[in-house]
Design a protein around this ligand. Structure first.
Ligand SMILES: [Zn+2]
Ligand SMILES: [Zn+2]
Length: 414
C-alpha cells in the first residue's frame, strides 16, 4: 500500500454535519448583511506581505509571529491573508471605489490563515465573514454595525456580551498613550516579556495581554475614556444613544483595545458567555485608507469567526425528507425509476436513486443506512398499475399511491 497523505498540521476537513454547520452559519450572516444592503466582494487569498505589515501593524502578534509568508518565484514577499479588512481597503483604493462619492458597504467571506499553535477549536486556516462601511464618519453607521453583530448572535441563538469602547483619534490618543506609558513604566518589572517589549512600541496592547500579572496591572491603568477629545466624546455618546434606541444591550469596557493597530474611535467585541471568547469583533479605522495610499476615508467594520460560532450552534434545521427510489426488475424498471427520481427532484423533493442491485430487503436496509425517510419500489407490477408503494421507513407504514399522490404527500412534508 502507498503511504497515506494527511492534512497539513493545523488544517482540517469539514465533513458532513460540520460542513452543513459551516454553510448554515455563513448563510445566516449573509442574509442579514444582504438585508442591510451590503454588497459582496470576493478577494484574493494572497496579498503582498507589506499590505498587512502596514495595516495591522508590525508590533502585533499577527505580523510578528503568525503570518504565513513566503516568496513567490519572482522573489516577491507574499502572505496568506490573516484577516479581511486590509484586503477590502486595498481593493477599495485600487479600484477607486470612492470615485462616485457614495459610501460603500461591502462584505466578504472566506479563509484566513494564522500560524498559531493548534488547539481545540483553533486551526491555522479558519473562516470569517466580515463587513466594512467605507466613507462615513456618521455614528449611525457604528450603531448599525453593532446592531448587525447583535442580529447575527440572536439569529444563531448565541448568548454573548457586547463590549464597547472608544479608542479616540489622532488628537486625543497620543495624550492617553503618554499617560498609559507613564503608568506602565512604574510596573515594568512586573510585566511579561512580550509586554515589556510592547511598552514603548504598542502600549495599548498591554491592556489586552492574557498573562495574569499583566491583567492585574491593566486593571488599574488610566482609562482612555477619560482622555477623549470633545469630538470623540460626542461620537461615542451618540453611538451609545443609538444602540439604546435599537435595544441593543452592551457594556462599556474602557480597557477594550482589540489586537490590531488600525482602530480608532468605536471598537467592540461580542464575547460568548459559553466560551468566554470573542466571536464577533470590529470597530472604526478612520486612518487606514489614507495610510494605505487612498484619500482620507473614515471607515468601520467587523469580522465574525465562523469556527467559533459553529461551536456554539447546537442544532441545525432538519434536512428535507429523503426518498429512496428502488428499481426492481430489469432495464425497463431502471429507466422508469431513473425518470421518476428526476421528476421528484423537479418538484423539489430530495431524492436518491438506488445504484444497488439485489434483494428488496437489502435495498430497504441500505435506505435506512443513508438516512432515507421514505422508499418507493418501481417494479413491473407498479408500472403496470401506475400505483407505487410509498413506505415510511420510520413507521414501516406503507401506502399505495399514484406518482402524483406521492409527489403531493412528500411536498406537504417538505
Ligand atoms: Zn479624539
Ligand atoms: Zn503581558
Amino acid at each position: 500500500m502507498s503511504e497515506k497523505i494527511k492534512t497539513v498540521r493545523g488544517f482540517r476537513d469539514l465533513i458532513g454535519e460540520e460542513a452543513r454547520k459551516y454553510r448554515f452559519v455563513v448563510e445566516k450572516i449573509r442574509n442579514i448583511l444582504e438585508k442591510n444592503n451590503f454588497e459582496e466582494i470576493i478577494l484574493p487569498t494572497v496579498e503582498y506581505t507589506k499590505l498587512f505589515t502596514r495595516s495591522i501593524g508590525d508590533a502585533t502578534d499577527i505580523v510578528e509571529k503568525e503570518m504565513f509568508t513566503f516568496q513567490d518565484k519572482g522573489g516577491r514577499d507574499i502572505a496568506l491573508r490573516p484577516e479581511g479588512t486590509a484586503g477590502v481597503v486595498r481593493a477599495y483604493i485600487e479600484n477607486k471605489l470612492y470615485a462616485d462619492g457614495t459610501y460603500k458597504k461591502l462584505y466578504y467571506e472566506g479563509s484566513m490563515f494564522r500560524h498559531e499553535r493548534p488547539q481545540k477549536g483553533r486551526y491555522r486556516e479558519f473562516h470569517q465573514v466580515g463587513a466594512e462601511v467605507l466613507g462615513t464618519i456618521n455614528p449611525l453607521a457604528d450603531a448599525e454595525i453593532i446592531k448587525i453583530a447583535d442580529d447575527i448572535l440572536k439569529t444563531l441563538q448565541i448568548e454573548a456580551t457586547i463590549e464597547i469602547n472608544s479608542l479616540g483619534c489622532k488628537k486625543c490618543r497620543p495624550k492617553y498613550r503618554e499617560a498609559l506609558i507613564n503608568y506602565l513604566r512604574q510596573h515594568r518589572e512586573e510585566l511579561c516579556e512580550d509586554c515589556q517589549r510592547r511598552l514603548e512600541k504598542n502600549p495599548l496592547r498591554i491592556l489586552d495581554c492574557k498573562v495574569e500579572t499583566c491583567k492585574v496591572i491593566a486593571q488599574k491603568a488610566p482609562k482612555i475614556t477619560d482622555y477623549l477629545c470633545d469630538e470623540c466624546k460626542t461620537h461615542y455618546r451618540q453611538v451609545k444613544e443609538y444602540l439604546k434606541a435599537l435595544n441593543v444591550e452592551f457594556v462599556e469596557n474602557p480597557y477594550l483595545v482589540r489586537g490590531l493597530d488600525y482602530y480608532s474611535k468605536t471598537v467592540f467585541e461580542c464575547v460568548s458567555k459559553e466560551l468566554g471568547k470573542t466571536v464577533i469583533a470590529g470597530g472604526r479605522y478612520d486612518y487606514l485608507v489614507e495610510e494605505l495610499g487612498g484619500p482620507p476615508t473614515p471607515a468601520l467594520g467587523f469580522a465574525a469567526g465562523v469556527e467559533r460560532l459553529m461551536l456554539l450552534v447546537k442544532e441545525l434545521p432538519p434536512k428535507k425528507p429523503l426518498v429512496f427510489i428502488i428499481p426492481f426488475g430489469g432495464e425497463k424498471e431502471k429507466i422508469e425509476a431513473l425518470k421518476i427520481a428526476e421528476k421528484l427532484r423537479q418538484e423539489g423533493i430530495r431524492t436518491e436513486l438506488s445504484y444497488r442491485e439485489g434483494k428488496l430487503k437489502k435495498q430497504f436496509e441500505y435506505a435506512a443506512k443513508i438516512g432515507a425517510d421514505f422508499a418507493v419500489v418501481v417494479g413491473e407490477n407498479e408500472l403496470q398499475s401506475g400505483k407505487f408503494p410509498l413506505k415510511n421507513l420510520h413507521t414501516r407504514e406503507q401506502k399505495i399511491l399514484t406518482l402524483e399522490e406521492i409527489i403531493q404527500t412528500l411536498k406537504n412534508l417538505s
